[in-house]
Design a protein around this ligand. Structure first.
Ligand SMILES: Cc1cc2nc3c(=O)[nH]c(=O)nc-3n(C[C@H](O)[C@H](O)[C@H](O)COP(=O)(O)O)c2cc1C
Length: 177
């Protein structure tokens, strides 16, 4: 089972994330779990979340980038669910070997994520916390699927990226990318 953890605080205003999510829905063996729908009060059912993760062979996090990171509820989910004895530490081997695909959307385009651009750094420099979280839990880090310039890309390009995302989810995992 591929578990897509979708975290968008304003799904009705989402364009890029919504397109990716819609494309993912048709993939075989996929389970979409929209955290802001399920936990509007941030009260995470930790045992349920952990049980669902155990069933997954691949974990996907799909969200807009907010202040160079995940939206608050997804960060909170990580703090509550990826705990010692489950995700790391003694006996914490629940996630070992599962594949992890990070799928963020960003307002900034490729130029914005360059030394001369608004964000002054390549986007890869902002990946480290997510990548190391996955690695710390001994998951297998896949090359991320990033949609930049979420407000700038035209409908046809976005539709093509969404189809690419669905194809990526449907294909066997390639960690080397
Ligand atoms: C609170 C907030 C913080 C944001 N921070 C960033 C950021 O750090 N970098 C960036 O490129 N875009 C940032 N954005 C833009 C969002 O990433 C962008 O609106 C989103 O990816 C678009 O996807 P959507 O159409 O699914 O909402 C931010 C937006 C909001 C509302």
């Amino acid at each position: 089972m591929i578990l897509v953890l979708h975290a968008h605080p304003y799904p009705s205003r989402s364009r890029a994330g919504r397109a990716l999510l819609a494309a993912a829905t048709d993939v075989a063996n996929i389970r979409i779990h929209s955290l802001y729908d399920r936990y509007p009060d941030f009260d995470i059912a930790v045992t349920n979340e952990q049980a669902q993760l155990r069933e997954a062979t691949r974990v996907v996090m799909l969200h807009p980038v907010y202040w160079y990171a995940a939206p608050g509820l997804l960060k909170h989910w990580m703090d509550k669910v990826l705990v010692r004895g489950f995700a790391y530490g003694p006996g914490g081997d629940a996630l070992v070997g599962k594949s992890f695909l990070w799928a963020p959307t960003t307002g900034g385009d490729e130029h914005a994520y360059s030394e001369a651009g608004m964000h002054e750094r390549a986007f890869s420099q902002f990946m480290a916390p997510m990548e190391q979280t996955a690695r710390y839990c001994r998951m297998q880090w896949e090359p991320p699927f990033v949609v930049h310039g979420a407000h700038l890309i035209d409908d046809a390009t976005l539709a093509a990226r969404a189809a690419e995302f669905a194809a990526r989810l449907a294909a066997p995992v390639n960690h080397a990318g």
